[in-house]
Design a protein around this ligand. Sequence first.
Ligand code: ADP
Length: 398
Amino acid sequence: MATQEYVDLDRNTLGTDYIPSEPVEFWDANRQFLSAGVDGHERADQLRRQLALGSAIMHSVAEGMYAIDERGRITFVNPAAEALLGSREAELLGREAPAMMPLPDAQCTQILPGPALVEVLRSGLTYRSEHALFTRQDYSVFPVAYSAAPIITDGKVGGAVVAFHDLTEVQRLQRSQEEFLTLLSHDLRTPLAAILGHAQQIERLVEKPGLERVATGVEAILKSGRRLNRLIQDVLDRSRLEAGQALLRLEAVDLVAVLTLSIAENIPAQDRARLEVDAADELPMIADPIHIERVMVNLVTNALKYSQPGSPVVVRAFRTGQHAMVSVADQGVGIDADDVPRLFEKYYRARTAGATQGAGLGLYSSRLIVEAHGGRIWVQSEGGAGSTFWFSLPVSGP
Ligand code: ADP
């Protein structure tokens, strides 16, 4: 079939006076030598080579590609697109493209007033999406990343080319990776709980003069163990929260009490000395204290970790209207403005993190937890000038 089409293209363009009636962008380049006095024979030769090149590219790429005219009718479908869409080119030519239009996409950040292709034809702008769904002729749906670029000649949009690839396999691999991580995290938790439990017992036993070195060692075990515990918890929480399956054990709690306890139980004594806590008397709310504790610990641990040893970290908790606000401010490395919008994404680490260890999961989990409680989390920062992380949660009562 590919050979047949190549021949057709050749036959159409061999005439020496051939001027393409259906304008597409790369023919513009040929106008230059058309007007530069190149003789007819050479002109035809160049055109033929350009078309052969274009055709070879379209037929060899693994990406699905199709073209539409200015009315949205399909004018070309490459073999990869035929395979992905489950239809032969002959069945698709001349049809309107809506069957292949991306469905409305909840995760898409760019908001378009109409279906994406209509908008590309109208605006002449290229459109891309990493999170779209395409429908096949049999109405089955598959996830794709695609870009739709206008074909522009003489300043007018004469059609568009859509290039796409199927994300089914990528998403399947991501899911199995997540499942593996979740299983692994589960299995790691039991031995870790035993290590931490015994280390805590030893910590109590070595609070005697002469055993300071042992006490330092035990504290180091506890510190690393707790860090590992938080990481494991982050992995577990993240997959549950992402799947909307987080089991929030909601109860009436006082946020100030949760804050105080989180610090006392999770932050080592020498780090606690750096903290200045300024909190309201009481902030009653309905929340899951274990999860909220994890947000607090993540933010406070980060503030301590991403600033100079000994520099102060100020934690505030107060009420404005129907919301409790918590802020954690440090004087550390700060975050550059262009990293800020992505900071709460999975695995994202800011450039200012430098060599400081981390996995980029704490803030992501914290966001999922806060949002699951109907709250909001954000940051104010400038590189080198410290950071203030905030989160707000709805309070209960007047
Ligand atoms: P981790 O610290 O394990 O990398 P987080 O999700 O807790 O993961 O944080 C994501 C990134 O945000 C960090 O890698 C760091 O670049 C940045 N960050 C978080 N808290 C601070 C802070 N207080 N000061 C500067 N950068 C921070």
